[in-house]
Write a protein that binds this ligand. Structure first.
Ligand SMILES: Cc1ncc(C[n+]2csc(CCOP(=O)(O)OP(=O)(O)O)c2C)c(N)n1
Ligand SMILES: [Mg+2]
Length: 646
């Protein structure tokens, strides 16, 4: 329903007036009535925060804003409330002080509630992890040019992952309204220019009505598959000035786009190919947009009794399902005669083997005769500059349609074509996959015992110790575990919220804040959230821990501390080997030692429960027990586990 603005809250406006007056009174320097007084930089630094500084810096404009009873920011808050935006993550800044004040006073800090972050990258990545768990975006706001520059890599990760984050940047559009040097160096003609290549849509509204329409449009575009980050550049004057034409303002309705199903003729053709295939294979990447995606894929796979291979863009298929052949890629891809690839980011990577350890080389894993079908919206939307789309690959049939939405009609079409004779063939096929998967699982369990009692602790042991203590809870593993496949190999990922997929852009510094964002989403569902994070990742964004403590977000944070940027360490070794120069120097620039970082102390410094470094595997279970008790009590806890590099 569209809404008109409610009348302003007079109490809050009295507060505003009082606060400003109090600030002005507290300043001892007399402020001339009309002249623009610019305090020397050093004085500004030394001055107390808040209104006193403002009073030093500028005199009140002619029409005294202290009598104002509304602000554009109030209206913006009304718009955000209609969009059901729960949180506004930020590092505070003057270019959005108008909206900030409106959120906390006019909006009562509810929907959105402010999340205080020490870095804009943290704010965006929290939004990334949150959206992947909650299924809707949160908003973040940053300071014009400089805040956005800090936000960029996290925006890029969200873009590559096609995850919605609602980014807002404060700016002062009119040059004659910019005063001191900081206001100039933080302004740009077009602040969003720097992120436009990896932002789905952006706008810079110049009136409140323009804002309302663009704010709703931004939300709609961000959440329409393929999703992505969007950005609004918000003029400070528009936020701060009174509303002149309140009765004319209108908040448009948000009508969410129903994602398109694939063409019915194409679905019929695919159904026929799948039903007639000897070894059909389904490959999925970002298929499951909602928890329904997993159920739908299970139904199709079971009807066909075919192999399913998950590329982990989303939690698409239960890890322990007998048809899950994810870790048997080298067996199932070469066997397949029909491959249905759904919502793939990178087809080529899924179906080809690639090595770059010595020289870059690759070979197709699939048969040249295999019929490859692509279903998804990937081809419908991409941009040119950033190369997140992978190599162009041989595809026999490309079908445009939302993967999750297209599964039910496809399954129905398949069911109609299956006769009794086929059913028994399919059952036999399914049994073979089930047996192969079990053998794979046994192998993984046995692999996990290698070095069980060794110090440093093996990654497999660390994961097993954690799982033993959480498996009977409503647990949720969050963050990118791509460098640690043990949970994906061994844990029972049977529901969508058990894991929330990778980072998309592989930009390090994602894991810690994205895990926290996912934990925030999980908090209201009462789930026990756990994350394994590289030491290198945490070194980018350690202050994420402060936000966790400040907002009391329960999260069991395990530092997988191999005291290195180990992936890169291995690359350096490979390069050295290529030249036959020995690997003695491979630690230079790749290790995080001398001094070793004491992450438990770091955590405690940020107000988070911390234990470690744990080097003896026997000490791990008791430490985990204590930390889990803290997390169950509603607080974050960190355990620093010194692991071997594997
Ligand atoms: C922003 C950014 N900088 C550098 C890299 C290159 N890189 C890829 S993995 C990695 C190591 C990350 O270290 P850590 O989180 O400790 O994981 P480990 O490899 O040790 O398991 C680095 C530096 C990157 N992907 N992103
Ligand atoms: Mg590391």
């Amino acid at each position: 329903m569209s809404k008109r603005r409610p009348s302003p809250d007079p109490d809050r406006r009295k507060f505003l007036k009082g606060a400003t007056l109090a600030g002005a009174a507290a300043a001892t320097l007399p402020v001339p009535a009309t002249a623009q007084v610019v305090a020397p930089r050093a004085n500004l630094k030394a001055a107390a925060p808040g209104p006193i500084q403002t009073a030093l810096e500028t005199s009140p404009p002619e029409k005294d804003p202290q009598t104002q009873t509304t602000s554009g920011g109030d209206f913006m808050v009304d718009v955000f409330k209609t969009l059901d935006i729960d949180y506004l993550a930020m590092n505070c800044a003057s270019s959005f002080r108008g909206l900030h004040e409106a959120v906390v006073n006019y909006g009562k800090n509810i929907k959105p509630e402010i999340l205080t972050c020490a870095h804009e990258e943290i704010a965006v990545a929290m939004g990334h992890g949150y959206a992947k768990m909650e299924g809707k975006p949160l908003a973040m706001i940053c300071h014009g040019v400089v805040g956005l520059q800090h936000a960029t890599m996290a925006m890029y990760n969200a873009w590559c992952d096609r995850v919605p984050v609602y980014v807002i940047g404060g700016t002062i559009i009119e040059a004659n309204k910019r005063g001191t040097t900081p206001e100039w160096v933080h302004a740009a003609v077009d602040i969003a220019a720097g992120v436009r290549d990896y932002t789905k849509w952006d706008d810079q509204p110049i009136s409140l009505q323009h804002f309302a329409e663009s704010a709703v449009r931004a939300y709609k575009i961000a959440t329409t598959p393929p999703m992505g980050p969007v950005m609004l550049s918000l003029d400070a004057e528009l936020q701060e000035n009174p509303i002149n034409d309140s009765e004319k303002l209108h908040i448009p309705k948000l009508s969410k786009v129903v994602p398109p199903q694939a063409d019915s003729g194409a679905i019929a053709e695919v159904a026929k190919l799948l039903v007639n295939a000897e070894a059909p294979l389904i490959v999925v990447d970002r298929m499951a947009r909602t928890p329904a995606g997993m159920e739908r894929l299970v139904e199709l796979a079971e009807v066909l009794q075919c192999a399913v291979m998950d590329r982990f863009g989303r939690t698409n298929f239960p890890s322990r399902h007998p048809l899950n052949q994810t870790f048997r890629r080298n067996a199932v891809v070469p066997q397949a005669d029909v491959i249905l690839a759904i919502e793939m980011n990178d087809h080529w990577a899924a179906l080809n083997a690639f090595s770059d350890r010595i020289v870059r080389s690759s070979r197709p894993l699939h048969k040249p005769t295999a019929k490859i079908i692509s279903l998804g919206l990937r081809d419908m939307y991409l941009k040119a500059n950033y190369q997140d789309f992978g190599r162009f690959s041989d595809i026999d049939m490309s079908i445009a349609g939302d993967g999750e939405a297209s599964l039910p009609p496809l399954t129905e079409a398949v069911k109609k074509l299956i006769d009794g004779g086929r059913k028994s063939t399919y059952e036999a096929r399914g049994k073979r996959y089930a047996a192969a998967r079990l053998a794979m699982l046994e192998q993984a369990k046995s692999d996990a015992t290698v070095g069980w009692d060794s110090t440093p602790i093996t990654v497999a042991r660390m994961c097993a110790e954690v799982y033993a203590q959480i498996k009977d809870e409503d647990w949720s593993l969050v963050g990118n575990t791509i460098n640690n496949m043990w949970p994906l190999r061994l844990w029972n990922i049977d529901k969508a919220h058990r894991w929330n997929g990778g980072s998309g852009g592989s930009g390090v510094g994602y894991n810690a804040p994205a895990s926290l964002g996912a934990a925030l989403a999980n908090k209201r569902h009462g789930r026990l959230t756990v994350t394994f994070n590289g030491d290198g990742d945490l070194m980018f964004v350690p202050s994420t821990l402060w936000t966790a403590a400040h907002h009391r977000i329960p999260l069991l944070y395990i530092v997988q501390n191999n005291r290195a940027y180990h992936q890169e360490y291995m690359y350096l070794q490979a390069m050295a080997n290529r030249h036959g120069r020995g690997i003695e120097n491979a630690h230079v620039g790749t290790t995080i030692t001398d001094p070793n970082v004491d992450y438990a102390t770091v955590a405690r410094g940020f107000g988070v429960y911390g234990e470690g470094p744990i080097t003896d595997p026997k000490d791990l279970a008791p430490a985990l027990r204590r930390a889990i008790a803290v997390v169950k009590g509603g607080e974050p806890a960190l355990i620093d586990v010194v692991t071997d590099p594997r």
